[in-house]
Design a protein around this ligand. Structure first.
Ligand code: GRF
Length: 196
């Protein structure tokens, strides 16, 4: 894949702040990639409005319209391949992907998770860190593997946990770092893909 820009799709389910951070980064001339499309599994996702304003093609594949996880993933796979996608970035994408899908996109499928993996896989990571009395917390960008929130770590960013933190104040501090971590991780992945 030397020379041609890497075709990227970003998957999201909600606000899309990581989608925004990544799209701004990919738009830089010195980033050898192009954002071909975004995909949301939720028709009400706020990130859809951002895509419209930013002229980013956005497909909505509503998971509630499918009989099974396999059927949803088959439609997702078909959409991505039809668009010639080389790399998938999950950015606040709140769906578990099937083992077949993850294996078919091995090392071309990355995700951001709001904890210092392998700590706190799953949901409510900020609450769990506070309840554990952790002095630090953070986010992780990683290659996806079939097991949830598992896979080789690409970038991690750490933040302090402050005595008066609530889940919301801690989440906000982590989110700021997510917007730094994901572009950094993407640059690393693009270098690796250029070498293969
Ligand atoms: C972020 O903490 C992300 O790590 C998690 O969902 C939160 C919102 O992400 N998966 P975004 O603003 O929708 O990118």
């Amino acid at each position: 894949m030397s020379g041609a820009p890497v075709n990227i799709a970003i998957l999201f389910s909600g606000h899309g702040s990581n989608l925004q951070a990544l799209s701004h980064h990919i738009a830089r001339d010195d980033v050898p990639a192009r954002l071909v499309m975004a995909i949301s599994n939720r028709p009400a996702a706020r990130g859809i409005d951002f895509c419209a304003d930013a002229n980013i093609p956005c497909e909505i594949i509503d998971h509630t319209g499918f009989e099974s996880r396999d059927a949803f993933d088959a439609k997702l796979d078909e959409t991505l391949r039809a668009a010639g996608i080389d790399l998938i970035c999950c950015a606040g994408f709140m769906r578990l992907l099937t083992e077949d899908f993850v294996n078919n996109w091995r090392d071309r499928l990355i995700n951001i998770h709001p904890s210092l993996l392998p700590k706190y896989k799953g949901l409510d990571t900020h609450t769990r860190a506070l309840e554990a009395g952790d002095r630090e917390h953070g986010c992780t960008v990683h290659y996806m593997r079939p097991e949830m929130d598992d896979g080789p770590i690409i970038v991690q960013k750490t933040v302090p946990v402050l005595p008066d933190d609530t889940p919301d104040t801690l989440a906000a501090r982590v989110l700021e770092q997510e917007h730094i971590a994901y572009p950094e991780a993407l640059d690393t992945v693009l270098i690796k893909m250029a070498g293969t």
